[in-house]
Structures are given as C-alpha cells and as structure tokens.
Design a protein around this ligand. Structure first.
Ligand SMILES: Cc1cc2nc3c(=O)[nH]c(=O)nc-3n(C[C@H](O)[C@H](O)[C@H](O)COP(=O)(O)O)c2cc1C
Length: 180
C-alpha cells in the first residue's frame, strides 16, 4: 500500500515497474508483498498516516511517500501456508532501502503502526499481514524533530557482537567462526 503527498518523486519511480493494469509494483522479487499506487491525494495520504503510531509521526508526516508492507501468508494458487512470507517482505524492503539510499533517498521503517486499523481502512483480507510501514523521502538535518528524537536520530547505535547471534551446533552457542 502506498500513499504520497502528490506526484511520486521521480527517484521513487525508479524503484518501481508498471504492471499491465497500470498499478506500480516495486522492483523486487517479493511475494506480492508491497503494492504501489501513484498519484494519491492528500486525504489518501492522511488515511495511511492515520495507521502510523504517534511515535513515528515526526518522520512519517513529512515523508514524500508512505508505504505499508504486507505479507501474503498463503500461496495464491493453492492456499497452502507460505512459510517465508515475512522473510520475503523483509528482502523486498531491504532492496528498497538499498536502492533508495543509493539514489539519495532515506527510508524510515516502522514497526509501530496500527495494524487493525490498516486492515479495516484498506480491507486487507485474512491471510495477509500488515507488517511494517516505510516512510521514504529526503533526509533532513533533524531540525523538524523534537529535541529528544533529534538526539536519538543523530546517535550512532552500537551493533551487537556477531557471537550474540551467529550460532553453530545449538541455539545460543556462538559459532567458532565468530567467537572471540
Ligand atoms: C523493520 C523495522 C521497523 C522499525 N520500526 C521502527 C519504528 O516503528 N520506530 C522507530 O523509531 N524506529 C524503528 N526502527 C528502527 C529505526 O528505523 C532505526 O533507526 C534504523 O533501523 C537504523 O538503525 P540504526 O540506528 O541501528 O542504524 C525500525 C527498524 C526496522 C528494520
């Protein structure tokens, strides 16, 4: 699901290809996870923005493009469970982040969204899970953010050491490949 404050910025169009039915789709190999439509109006943008939790509004309300990444949890043709649906959506989103970043855009991903509201507003069926929001735009210097968020935004977050999540043999046993 996608909404914009106006015409899609040209750079974002590079992330998409046009389907025969006129809808835009991301250039990814996702399992139909993120659908895009262009040229949405301001009320449409406000509708999708209402699905974003308050904590994310300082970024989302200024985004050029808002998206809602949804994972189809069953195979379209057989209805069988599609076990890697969320993984696929993550890959699709990561591709979008890389491509957008390479083109000078910034992407803020959002776990804090109102999923039930999104379901109701967009008639998202059972078997499709709204997973994460994505706000795409040009990064600012943080001047429009409240002080606390600006500080947080400018802070470099430490990374976990590899041995905290690369395991061999059994769960939680650090792999000798990465053990210190
Ligand atoms: C899928 C996903 C969802 C996220 N959801 C939120 C969110 O709702 N709100 C938020 O402030 N940050 C959220 N983040 C984290 C920020 O976007 C984070 O600053 C960004 O991933 C950069 O990480 P870093 O600061 O550790 O480099 C999320 C990250 C990911 C990957």
């Amino acid at each position: 699901m996608l909404s914009t404050t106006g015409a899609l910025p040209r750079k974002i169009l590079w992330l998409c290809w046009k389907r025969r039915d006129g809808r835009l789709r991301l250039r990814t190999s996702s399992h139909g996870a993120i659908l895009l439509r262009r040229g949405m109006s301001r009320p449409e943008f406000a509708r999708l923005l209402s699905c974003v939790e308050e904590v994310n509004l300082p970024w989302a309300k200024f985004a050029a493009v808002l998206m809602l990444g949804c994972a189809r949890l069953t195979l379209e043709h057989t209805g069988a469970p599609y076990e890697t649906a969320e993984h696929d959506l993550g890959l699709a989103s990561a591709n979008l982040v890389f491509e957008a970043t390479a083109r000078g855009l910034a992407v803020h991903q959002m776990i804090h969204i109102h999923r039930d509201l999104a379901r109701r507003l967009y008639q998202i069926p059972e078997g499709v899970k709204p997973v994460a929001g994505l706000a795409v735009g040009y990064a600012g210097g943080g001047e429009r953010l409240p002080d606390a968020l600006r500080k947080e935004d400018l802070t470099r977050h430490p990374r976990k050491p590899l041995d905290a999540f690369v395991f061999s043999g059994s769960w939680a046993q650090a792999s000798s490949l990465v053990a210190k």
